[in-house]
Design a protein around this ligand. Sequence first.
Ligand code: C5P
Length: 227
Amino acid sequence: TTKIVIAIDGFSSCGKSTMAKELARKIGYVYIDSGAMYRAVTLYCIDNDLFENDTVNESELQKVINTLQITFKINPESGKPETYLNGENVENEIRSMRVSDKVSQVSAIPFVREAMVAQQQALGKQKGVVMDGRDIGTTVFPDAELKIFVTASPETRAQRRLDELQKKGSNVSFEEVLDNVKKRDYIDQNREISPLRKADDALLLDNSKMTLAEQDAWLIAQYNRVI
Ligand code: C5P
C-alpha cells in the first residue's frame, strides 16, 4: 500500500499525541511529536540561562539553534518514543510545568519555527508518518493526504492534562493547568508565523465526549477512507 502523511493538529492537551501514537502503532507508521521539539528548545533556553526577565535572548538562541540535536528513541521497556536533546534523555523534563509555561513564547520566534519545520519536513520525507502539532497541516505538510484538527473544551483538556501530571507525581492545581492551557491556546492562535488554525481541508474532531476507543475507531475509519 502507498504510504501517506497524516497531520494531526489542534489545541493544547486534546489528546492529539495519544491518538496519533495509537494510529501509528496500528498502521505501522512512525509517530513524530513536533511539540516535543519546541519543548526541547525551551528546556535548552531555561537550562542555559537564555531567559532574561521572562524574555528570550534571541540573538544567543539564534547562534545555537541549528546545533541543537533533537532526536527520538523508542524506550524498549515501554515501547514509547522518548525525546533526546544533545544526547540526553529529556522526556520527563520537557513535560514539566516550567517548560509548559514558556514553550509558546519560544515557539512564536520565527527562526525557531523555521529550524523546527525544516527538521520535521526531513523526518516526513519518506512518508509513512503521523505527526502531531499546531501547524502540521497548514505549514509543515500542506499536502498531507489526511489532516485532522482536534478540539475539546478547555476544562476537559485541563482535566486530562492534570490527570497526566498527577500520575507523574506533580502536585499542580486544576486552575494552574487550566490557566496554562488557555494561555498557550491564546499565544498559539495569535502569533504571527503559522498560527494555530484548522487547515481548510482538515477534518474537525471534537473529542470532548468521546471515549478513547471511539476516537481510535473514528481515526482508523478516516485513514481507511483515504488510503
Ligand atoms: O503539543 P504540545 O502541547 O506538547 O506543544 C507544546 C507547545 O509547542 C504548543 O503550545 C505550541 O506553542 C508549540 N508548538 C508549535 N507548533 C507545533 C507543535 C507545538 O508551535 N507544531
